[in-house]
Design a protein around this ligand. Structure first.
Ligand SMILES: [Fe+2]
Ligand SMILES: [Fe+2]
Length: 477
């Protein structure tokens, strides 16, 4: 195992793939199917573009990537794990203190496969959800960024498929094929998790998605990076280095939209959303509605508040808590409790449950803390312009389909309502068909002149890598 990546092989890797002929053949068999999926479901009409992309060349945190023009179908997707540390242990659960597993423990095999497949399924799903957005990109800079996210999600699929092929034999290979067969939003064969079947119809939705939903990815990968199954831990560690950029794209994308809107509001001294829209920018009320939607569907991805599956994943040592090894407790949670929200007597209330069963909720709370910090930074951008509007996270129970709040009708303020009351307010809280129509109409057509940006978004503060903002990030040929 070296930290440098071997690009001589057909499949770039740092796992010495050439020494394992059976595995190499299996992956080389999957590769054309993957390329078929990319041509069908990857970014629309993009195959011949030269895109200024980063490609991983090493798993060293220092200098791990190069930047250059690449045609996306020729992107070097491959298998990169951070190197083993040798003395790693299972750090939590009933197997705590054992040497970390280099092979799948037989009794945990199906649980582990399910974790890997569920994670793997999200990766191609987001590429499918975003495939039309290149056609209406607000700049070459943004176009390049969405393509970067897309190729790296493709690589994340490779990462999970490697684990399936290497450690799960025939059923792993079947699962790897199924990952290329499901389709986001398909009625007959949808992606596994709800948020990954929702459309991403415009660039505001894309930035919200990469801010909220890619961050769910970060938290899931972080807890899998704690896994006692060492190859999974090391795979997820490296995926996290790529994930950081996706969240950057989302946070700065929304930040640039609210900046542009708030600046125009201040300049023209207006606050009526219709007047704001008349200037060709997105009113902050609509931004808030998108936030409410993407936040709530992403909260569902963490699963039920009370979950025996989450307890088993933890007890067995397969999936830890966020930053498990930095937490100061017994790492077994035998007697610990944790607060989860619920609805009691028509009101939202907290209840204490065994911490082992509340691990989804705990991860969700860790996530919410980080998301809140991002929202605070957006509000700083608005504040600087002197506009009093503030974005905020709705109540955790708002618009939930999974967990204790599912089936209840909770307002953004946390009030429990009747279904009729809630429905009457729905379009105040989440994007209506008319809101989507407005946003999409504004985003028709793509801005292709280097250094130019659509009217509805501010330019970024700096370009990519060492390049200026007006660099030709995509060449259309
Ligand atoms: Fe990913
Ligand atoms: Fe991502």
């Amino acid at each position: 195992m070296t930290s440098n990546i071997d690009y001589i092989d057909k499949i770039p890797n740092n796992v010495d793939l050439g020494r394992d002929r059976v595995l190499q053949r299996a992956l080389e068999h999957w590769q054309p199917a993957y390329m078929g999926w990319w041509y069908d479901m990857g970014p629309n009409e993009s195959h011949n573009y030269d895109v200024y992309l980063r490609t991983a060349i090493s798993v060293d945190p220092e200098g791990w990537a190069v930047f250059d023009y690449v045609k996306m179908p020729q992107y070097r997707w491959g298998i990169f794990l951070v190197p083993p540390t040798g003395d790693r242990e299972v750090n939590f659960g009933i197997n705590k203190g054992q040497a970390a597993w280099q092979d799948v423990p037989g009794e945990y095999r199906s649980m582990l496969r399910r974790l890997i497949v569920t994670q793997g399924d999200t990766e191609p799903a987001s590429v499918e959800q975003q495939r039309m957005l290149g056609m209406c990109a607000p700049s070459l800079y943004d176009l390049r960024n969405i393509y970067q996210v897309n190729v790296e999600e493709g690589r994340h699929l490779w990462a999970m498929v490697y684990l399936l092929h290497r450690y799960f034999g025939r059923d792993g290979r079947e699962e790897a094929e199924a990952l290329l067969e499901r389709r986001s939003g398909d009625v007959d064969n949808p992606r596994i998790l709800g948020a990954f079947n929702e459309p991403t119809p415009d660039w505001l939705a894309f930035y919200m998605f990469t801010f909220f939903t890619d961050r769910d990815g970060k938290f899931q990968l972080s807890s899998l990076a704690e896994s006692g199954f060492d190859p999974l831990a090391r795979t997820c560690r490296f995926m996290l280095t790529e994930e950081a950029h996706h969240m950057f794209v989302g946070e700065t994308g929304v930040g640039r939209i609210v900046q542009r809107t708030a600046e125009l509001m201040a300049q023209h001294k207006i606050d009526d959303p219709d007047h704001v829209r008349a200037l060709g920018v997105i009113d902050l009320q609509t931004v808030q509605k998108y936030l409410n939607f993407h936040y709530s569907v992403t909260l569902d991805l963490f699963g039920g508040d009370i979950s025996s599956n989450a307890a088993s994943f933890y007890t067995t040592g397969l999936k830890g808590r966020y930053e498990e090894t930095k937490i100061d407790d017994d790492h077994q949670l035998t007697d610990a409790t944790y607060k989860v929200g619920t609805v009691k007597d028509g009101r939202v209330a907290d209840e204490d449950i065994p911490a082992l069963n509340a691990l989804n909720e705990r991860l969700r709370d860790d996530y919410i803390g980080e998301v809140q910090a991002g929202v605070d930074r957006w509000n700083k951008v608005i504040e600087k312009t002197g506009i009093p509007f503030r974005l905020r996270l709705p109540h955790k129970g708002f618009h939930r389909q999974i967990g204790n709040f599912a089936g209840h009708h909770i307002s953004p303020d946390g009030d429990v309502m009747s279904a009729e009351q809630w429905k009457a307010r729905r379009d105040d809280w989440m994007p209506s068909a008319a809101d989507y129509t407005f946003v999409q109409a504004m985003m028709s057509g793509r801005v292709v002149e280097p250094g130019k940006f659509a009217n509805w978004i501010a330019p970024p503060r700096r370009g990519i890598h060492t390049q200026p903002i007006d660099f030709e990030y995509v060449r259309f040929n």
